[in-house]
Design a protein around this ligand. Structure first.
Ligand SMILES: NC(=O)c1ccc[n+]([C@@H]2O[C@H](COP(=O)([O-])OP(=O)(O)OC[C@H]3O[C@@H](n4cnc5c(N)ncnc54)[C@H](OP(=O)(O)O)[C@@H]3O)[C@@H](O)[C@H]2O)c1
Length: 361
């Protein structure tokens, strides 16, 4: 049984490819740069997987029909992780990759009669948020998407639109679709490995550099998290299990509130945690001032993910239990992520020092 993964070179994709190949399952990675297959194989070996079970196939979410050449590959499951993931994206570019690209992946799964495991995001289950944006989940055509892209930012809007349009496509064609909806991803629960491009890495970096003078929101605000290894194990189970719920909300309900999260990180980094709160609306206003996002190393778009909403995770909990899986305690993943940030920044400083030394001689 071969699983095609889009986004296998990304943070979650590498851990998923490692989890699947570690259990002896072949993986085919759709890659913009298939010449990087050997590098990816080594990274997957380093993560405890089996790089020999990984093959690559050239493809690009931005090209018509993914730019695939020749016969479609023989695959049983398609996991769609590939996406443009950043703040301040151009709406047209975000839409091309995250909406049109997702639909092209769904079409590939349909042609192969493959199960499609679509990775959306936990905001798909925040009904009040969807309502505020004017989105009715059963009617993607009814939303004023131009307005949604302006209000939510192009990344989040394109992820919501892509997921809803893929749901409608799968419904129309009677396909098997499983949607995994991850919270913000934390580092590995043991090694703490966390890609520097991840939002939690920036949050740790901001705290370490004193850019968090106050806690955004109120004591009820939290940033729901899931560890990357817990998420990879959940997606692997969604690939391999016979019976899987249609939607899996990948979110650890025991994630501490934002003040607790910042305190946990601060303790690991030997910093003083912020204790006073700043209203989200005020922070969002500050971030509209030119130069502020750069100074504060964040974007108003990222504030949407801080919230007071609590989610029903009972379906995922039952599936995890049936699969013999369990989330590792979130404090461990947070502590490990902060420790990883420290060793990563020390290594970066050592490299910078080495360059300076070489330049001086
Ligand atoms: N990380 C989170 O906190 C989080 C939370 C909720 C949902 N998600 C979703 O989970 C998925 C993976 O996230 P991640 O954190 O692993 O992202 P990531 O590290 O940024 O990886 C993105 C992946 O998408 C690929 N990609 C981007 N544009 C492409 C294109 N035009 N054609 C083919 N591949 C393309 C990248 O390939 P290249 O190597 O070629 O760039 C990379 O493999 C995304 O759909 C994201 O929206 C993430």
């Amino acid at each position: 049984m071969t699983t095609l993964i889009t986004g296998a070179t990304g943070f979650i994709g590498r851990h998923l490819a490692a989890a699947l190949t570690a259990q002896g399952n072949p993986v085919l990675a759709l890659m913009r740069r298939p010449d990087r297959l050997q590098t990816l194989r080594r990274r997957i070996d380093d993560l405890g997987g089996d790089g020999k079970l990984l093959a690559g196939m050239a493809g690009d979410l931005d090209l018509p029909a993914l730019g695939l050449q020749g016969e479609p590959p023989d695959i049983n499951v398609v996991v769609h992780l590939g996406a443009t993931f950043a703040w301040g994206l151009d709406p047209r570019a975000a839409r091309r990759t995250n909406v049109d690209g997702a639909l092209a992946v769904a079409e590939l799964a349909r042609r192969n009669g493959a199960r499609l495991v679509m990775i959306s995001g936990f905001m798909m289950e925040n009904n009040a948020h969807l309502q505020r944006l004017g989105i009715s989940p059963d009617d993607p055509d009814g939303a004023d998407w131009r307005r949604v892209y302006t209000r939510a930012g192009a990344y989040e809007a394109s992820k919501l639109e892509g997921a809803l349009r893929v749901r409608a496509f799968a419904n129309r064609h009677g396909m098997q679709l499983i949607e995994v909806q991850p919270a913000t991803v934390a580092g590995h629960s043991v090694s703490g490995e966390l890609d520097p491009a991840q939002p939690l890495f920036s949050l740790i970096d901001n705290l370490a550099h004193g850019r968090f003078a106050m806690v955004p929101g109120t004591p009820a605000h939290w940033l729901p998290l899931v560890s990357v290894d817990g998420l990879a194990a959940l997606i692997a189970a969604a690939v391999l299990a016979q019976t899987v719920p249609e939607r899996l909300l990948a979110l650890d309900p025991d994630t501490p509130n934002l003040a607790g999260l910042l305190a946990g990180i601060a303790a690991e980094l030997d910093r003083k945690p912020p204790t006073r709160h700043i209203p989200i609306a005020l922070l969002a206003g500050l971030l509209k001032i030119p130069g502020m996002p750069r100074l504060m190393n964040t974007s108003a778009e990222s504030l949407h993910f801080l919230q007071t909403t609590r989610f029903n995770t009972s379906v995922t909990a039952a599936f995890l239990e049936a699969q013999g899986l369990k989330w590792a305690p979130m404090e461990d993943s947070v502590r490990a992520s902060a420790a990883y940030w420290r060793s990563h920044s020390q290594a970066q400083s050592a490299v910078a020092g080495e360059h300076l030394h070489l330049r001086r001689h």
